[in-house]
Every structure is written in structure tokens, then in C-alpha cells.
Design a protein around this ligand. Structure first.
Ligand code: BGC
Length: 245
């Protein structure tokens, strides 16, 4: 099945048509800079532009970097506060004229990794962490998603964990790979104490440099780099929409 997957991020809104059986793009990826301020109306306009670019008139799967329940965005850690309580699904459906499934960005990335990447065929408990502007998480038990976990916001050493372990924190605070790896270790160890997962998958753009920081991570569970990297959100959103719409 072919579904349009769209990934809404802090700096870019990206879309491609995905072959959901193979987890592959069947078109080039289209990227438009996220408008600032990234209000529901301005973002919806860009999503519609992407849908129009592909002359799309079928289901769309769309990620959002916040908690999303029944199409409503409930938090806004790194996006405009106007999204809190917004009916994102209704808005995007109205602007694109298509049916839209909206889901959390890390949940989408996790769905793609479990189907086509580092989590393929893995049973037991798998936690995917995406390290970017924020820290997203997704949790799978025997391949089934428990949506909207927010392990990026655990409190570690009195601080929101994503202020220490996001890739943005690494860059803005100038942490060395070793110093950042140590902070990531604490984050993983804390989750391990709470959840005892079988596998951690580390995603986000920085995961392509995993060889730089994996040697500094100490935790009991197995840990693997994500494989789909910046395709994961789009592919996962498309898979979710193919299954649910
Ligand atoms: C948000 C999550 C999101 C993550 C990655 C966090 O700040 O709370 O919902 O998945 O950033 O974008």
C-alpha cells in the first residue's frame, strides 16, 4: 500500500510517499522549513503544501513532536503552546482534504524500526529513544506499541532529562562525546531500573555517529543504533496510517 508519510519537526516538515510493505520511499523526500512561529494554522498550511505537491488524495500519516491522543495534541515541549489541546487531526484533514492519522514522532520512528530496522523480529520489551532537539521515546512489548511514553522528560539530577541528553544539549552545551555518553548512560540506567527492557534502540540524526558515543555508554541491556535514521518518522507514520485508517 502507498501512503503519504509526513514528519513535522522543529526545523523542517518532510514528506514522501511510502511503500508500507517494503518500508521504502517511492518518491523523493519533499522538505519545507517549519514556519516560525509554528502555530497550528501555519504548520497545517505547510502540511497541505506537501500533500498538494504529491497531488495526494488518500490517507496521510503525520508525526508530531508531542503527546497525541485521538488526534489531539496534548503537550508542546518544543513547539508553539497553541498546540496544547488542538485537534490536530481535524485541522490537518480540513486543510489537506485527506484522512489523516496523527501520532507522536518517536512512536512513529519506533514503529518503523520495529518493522524494518534494528527492532525487527525482536520480542520482549524494546525501548527506542530518539535524540534530537528533544528526546522522544517509544515502548514496544512483543512488537506492540504502548503509545505516548515520555521518557525524555524523566527527572535526572533534578533536571528534565532531555536538557542533558538531547543532541541539542550536546551541541549547545559543548559536551564531549564522553561527557554526553555519561549523561546518556544515566538516562538509560534510570529507565532500566524502572522498566528492565531487553533492548534499547538509539535513534535521531546523531545515531549515525553512534561509534563516537556508544563506547562511553554503560548499561545492562543490549543497545543498538537505529537503522532507518531520518526516514524513520515518515515510514512509521505511513505504516501507522495504513494500519489504522
Ligand atoms: C516531546 C516528545 C517528543 C520528543 C521528540 C519531547 O520534548 O515531549 O513528545 O517525542 O520531544 O520530538
Amino acid at each position: 500500500m502507498e501512503v503519504l508519510g509526513i514528519d513535522i519537526g522543529g526545523s523542517g516538515i518532510k514528506g514522501a510517499i511510502v511503500d508500507t510493505q517494503r518500508g521504502k520511499f517511492v518518491t523523493e523526500r519533499q522538505r519545507i522549513a517549519t514556519p516560525q512561529p509554528a502555530t497550528p494554522e501555519s504548520v497545517a498550511k505547510v502540511v497541505a503544501q506537501i500533500s498538494d505537491h504529491f497531488s495526494w488524495s488518500a490517507s496521510i500519516g503525520c508525526t508530531f513532536p508531542a503527546v497525541v491522543k485521538h488526534g489531539v495534541t496534548l503537550t508542546a515541549a518544543n513547539v508553539d503552546d497553541k498546540w496544547i489541546g488542538a485537534d490536530a487531526q481535524a485541522l490537518l484533514e480540513a486543510r489537506t482534504g485527506n484522512r489523516v492519522l496523527v501520532l507522536n514522532d518517536a512512536d512513529a520512528a519506533g514503529i518503523a524500526e520495529m518493522r524494518f530496522g534494528a527492532g525487527r523480529d525482536r520480542r520482549g520489551m524494546v525501548i527506542i529513544l530518539t535524540l534530537g532537539t528533544g528526546v522522544g521515546s517509544s515502548l514496544f512489548i512483543d512488537g506492540r506499541l504502548a503509545p505516548n511514553t515520555e521518557f525524555g522528560h524523566l527527572i535526572i539530577r533534578g533536571k528534565d532529562a532531555e536538557w542533558r541528553t538531547s543532541d541539542r544539549a550536546r551541541q549547545e552545551k559543548g559536551y564531549s562525546w564522553k561527557a554526553w555518553g555519561k549523561r546518556l548512560s544515566e538516562h538509560l540506567q534510570y529507565m532500566e531500573a524502572l522498566m528492565t527492557p531487553d533492548l534499547f534502540i538509539i535513534g535521531g540524526g546523531v545515531s549515525k555517529k553512534y561509534e563516537r558515543f556508544f563506547p562511553h555508554i554503560k548499561c545492562g541491556a543490549e543497545i543498538a543504533p537505529a537503522q532507518l535514521r531520518n526516514r524513520a518518522g515518515i515510514v512509521g507514520a505511513a505504516i501507522a496510517a495504513a494500519g489504522l485508517l
